[in-house]
Design a protein around this ligand. Structure first.
Ligand code: ADP
Length: 270
């Protein structure tokens, strides 16, 4: 609580009393704290690749440039770290745009079988490179009101995580279903109020204690692993925001060593 005392004066400048103002500022303080934590996290995340670029460039300038093999490997690191910076800055800008509601969503009816099918196709080469099988199971003729670009971004992000956190030879499966009153609809002609998209992998899974936090910005179960797969730690928080802009919800079910399933439910009409 913030407490303020405001003197009340009469017209003739006579002191007349005191006004006591009590204001609940906990929400404002919490927001301020979150904001400054975010800035601290961003600075920390940016510093790591910048330090690498600087360090390797310095070593090259200090003489290593004369060895072609070392030059090549250092330049590759500098290149990779610059790419990483690019991705980080892109994700940070994206997140801040979404959070300040500067992304006007353009809703239109989307037929999900072909839409999700095309999106899955976009990820095929990434999956094949890791010998991961991608498959889709979707009912025909399901529609949802959505912003196509954002919905694609949501699905691609979850697919990309599924591929990243699944060892070679694994499987990532996408399922699209109609939901009425919270349960899957089996009759093709029945009404539905939500659609559910599940993305399941046979990957490393997420420990129970980390589950509540994985949608937080920069939260990673295993920092080194996320880094080596090119992650920024912002993907899931972007996904969660985008799902919420569609008035939908997202949750995850996971078992260490067995795999994870991310489930999104979107209302059919916005
Ligand atoms: P990142 O860029 O690190 O992948 P995300 O925000 O997409 O960041 O995910 C946050 C963390 O959640 C990841 O670092 C990883 O630890 C965990 N995670 C996300 N998706 C999966 C998955 N499909 N399987 C296992 N762990 C996952």
């Amino acid at each position: 609580l913030d407490l303020n005392l405001v003197p009340i004066m009469e017209d003739d400048n006579e002191f007349d009393g005191v006004l006591l103002v009590l204001q609940d500022v906990s929400a404002i303080r919490r927001l301020e704290r979150m904001r400054s934590e975010f800035v601290a996290n961003v600075s920390h995340e940016l510093k790591t690749p910048i330090a690498a670029v600087k360090g390797f460039a310095e070593t090259l300038l200090g003489g290593a440039v004369n060895d072609p093999e070392i030059s090549r490997s250092f330049l590759q690191i500098i290149f990779d770290e610059s790419e990483r910076l690019n991705r980080l800055i892109g994700d940070i800008l994206e997140l801040s745009k979404i959070e300040s509601r500067r992304v006007p969503l353009q809703f239109s009816p989307v037929e999900l079988t072909s839409f999700v099918g095309k999106t899955v196709d976009l990820m095929k080469s990434e999956a094949t490179r890791k010998h991961i099988t991608l498959n889709l199971q979707a009912e025909q003729g399901l529609y949802v009101e959505a912003d196509e670009d954002r919905l694609r971004q949501i699905i691609m992000n979850l697919l990309s995580n599924g591929i990243n956190y699944t060892p070679e030879g694994g499987k990532v499966s996408v399922k699209v279903e109609a939901i009425q009153h919270g349960v899957p609809v089996t009759d093709e002609d029945a009404d539905y109020d939500h659609i559910r998209i599940s993305i399941a992998d046979t990957g490393i899974g997420i420990p129970k204690k980390d589950l509540p936090r994985i949608f937080e910005r920069f939260y990673r179960v295993d920092k080194a692993r996320s880094r080596s797969s090119g992650g920024t730690g912002l993907g899931l928080s972007i996904v969660k925001h985008l799902v919420e802009l569609h008035k939908g919800s997202i949750w995850v079910d996971s078992r260490v060593g067995a795999g994870s399933t991310f489930i999104i439910e979107l209302p059919v009409l916005q």
